[in-house]
Design a protein around this ligand. Structure first.
Ligand code: AMP
Length: 221
């Protein structure tokens, strides 16, 4: 199964991706994580991407499309993928549609986690991530760690993302509702869209998602 997860920052994409990849036996591919790794390694790609990420803007399509399609052709994604954060523009979606047949694949469904903007603001301002590579996500108001400032899973310190400042949050949400929302329309027109109310409890959203994908409640890949 090849899926796309669309949602604004703070909509719970990362959390749902982790929950359903496990159940479906597919691999997650999160474009934001790929860029953050490149930035932390100081690669030429990372240095270029950083200038856009620091502003809360999208990295240009020519860089992003090439990078993600290249990764997607790797054997680890052959059993299936959940794309998290890509495509984010109509041109990225078109490029993906053109490239997938060459890999003998096609997108089965695009899932949109719909969350109102004020809720997204609230969630992002309370978001903390751990410093381990998995970046486990917490929220000081709605999903706090057992011990303040420490990840429940691996004990690493919790930090706020550098792009979770109020100005950058506003900028990123505007980019989502102006540009990425186009991707929702794109997959709706292809009759591939599953729209979920992302403002429900995490377990309710993932159960609804699996049901919409036709996965039996007891199925584990
Ligand atoms: P995210 O963690 O998904 O919010 O991504 C963090 C940042 O990486 C975004 O604000 C963009 O600057 C960049 N980015 C991630 N995915 C894409 C994409 N598909 N197209 C362009 N830029 C992206």
């Amino acid at each position: 199964m090849n899926l796309i997860l669309i949602g604004a920052q703070g909509s719970g994409k990362g959390t749902q991706s982790a929950l359903i990849t496990e159940r479906l036996g597919v691999r997650p591919l999160a474009s934001g994580d790929i860029f953050r790794i490149a930035v932390s390694q100081g690669t030429p790609l990372g240095l270029e991407a950083k200038t856009y990420m620091d502003r809360g803007d999208l990295v240009p399509d020519d860089i992003t499309i090439h990078l993600i399609l290249d990764l997607l052709s790797g054997p680890e994604f052959a059993p299936g993928v959940i794309l998290d954060g890509f495509p984010r523009t109509r041109d990225q979606a078109r490029a993906l549609d053109e490239a997938l047949p060459r890999l003998g694949r096609t997108i089965d469904k695009a899932i949109y986690l719909n969350v109102p903007r004020p809720v997204l603001r609230e969630r992002l301002s309370g978001r903390y991530v751990c410093t381990a590579p998995q970046q486990h996500v917490y929220n000081i108001k709605t999903n706090p760690p057992r011990n303040a400032g420490v990840c429940d899973v691996d004990g690493s310190p919790l930090v706020q993302r550098t792009d979770d400042t109020p100005e950058k949050i506003e900028r990123r949400l505007r980019v989502f509702f102006e540009q990425t929302i186009e991707v929702v329309h794109y997959y709706r027109a292809q009759h591939k869209l599953i729209e979920m109310d992302g403002n429900l409890p995490i377990a309710v959203v993932s159960a609804g998602l699996l049901e919409a994908l036709g996965v039996r409640p007891d199925y584990v890949a």
